[in-house]
Design a binder for this molecule. Sequence first.
Ligand SMILES: [Zn+2]
Length: 435
Amino acid sequence: MVELLRTLIRHDTTNRAPGDAEGELAAARWVEGLLRGAGFEPVLLARADAPHRANVVVRVPGLDRSLPGLLVHAHLDVVPAEPGQWTVPPFAGELRDGWVWGRGAVDMKDMCAMTLAVLLDWAATGRRPRRDVVVAFVADEETDGSYGAQWLVDAHRELFEGVDAAIGESGGSIEELRHVDGRSVLLSRVSAGERGTLHLRLTASGTSGHGSRPHDDNPVLALVDALHRIGHHRWPLNLSDLVRSQLQGTADALGHVVDLSDDAGVEAALETLGEAAEVAHFTVRASTTPTVVRAGYKVNVIPGEAVAEVDVRCPPGCTEELLAALPALVGDRVRMEHTVLNPPVEAPVDSPWFAALRDAVESEVPGAVVVPRCLGGGTDAKAFSTLGIACYGFAPLSLDPDGRRPGGMHGVDERVPVASLRGGLRILTRFLDTV
Ligand SMILES: [Zn+2]
């Protein structure tokens, strides 16, 4: 598995912009060849207009084909790396001091390698899963999946026939936290939802003219007024069932007493839990964050138009309220368009799937507590959930006994402890063998 990861890292699958990740094809071909050599029947799929943006999908028939299927998805692309800032070359796949180093080591070629290792182990030992397991190694997660997960869902939904649940990016790893009585607690946060993503474009039109002759129809001012309202707006608390069980579960595990029955109680719980509440600080309410502003071309010219983009995130269960409230906040001087509108994702926590994830963690890591969580951002689960698939974030890594921690995701010196990979593989194998 470690060697699989190192080889995957050496395939530079940098995703710089839409339509640009040349290395995805070579990585996908390597994965396809490995699977075919082990006796599986993978398919390599890419959009006709971008044959190098390749995906690999394989279905492993289960022992009982009447059971609903499971999807395992992981992306092969990575974000760019600036080699000059790194301790090691980012695409060398170095194994050093108990770590595997390189871009993708934790996001998320580690999960690709663990999943491949399980498949190859099944082939070598003749074991088979109880139910059909569909595995998708996808392109383009680091942009928007339009060459990867989203395209597969749009153009090849037949691949996911009979699939009821999925595991994928972000969740399951073992963390060590402090109980109020001082002892350490092992927590595994399994994602069971994501805030929705809306990208807004705001356009103010006005009258251009000389900067020395101000007038009331300046689009820059109209846009700034709208951005001020929208950016400073504090959205009301909107506690989804998922975030509620996240906060309650985390508090219980750490021995904190919280009362989530009203808004003040929720605010107090967030305060009490602090960093242990993790992304719940962002997922208890919607957020509207101006990120891009474009206007003007010369200091003494009032432009005719000013444009901004706003990153909007919305917890499960409040999309309609948010959409209804936005126009008043933006005002009537500015035109508003949605450039992206991906609804929130929420999978049940009281499901046999979640129970199986919990069992796998608790069997391999005695004493660990599994807590559900809602992600603040998005993953490919956004695409797969539109097929009615219950999507969980589960790509587990265990603790390193020497205290090393995975790090550098989207940053410098991305690396993963070998011991964490090995423990993660045991958890993943247990889950896929028993689910
Ligand atoms: Zn990722």
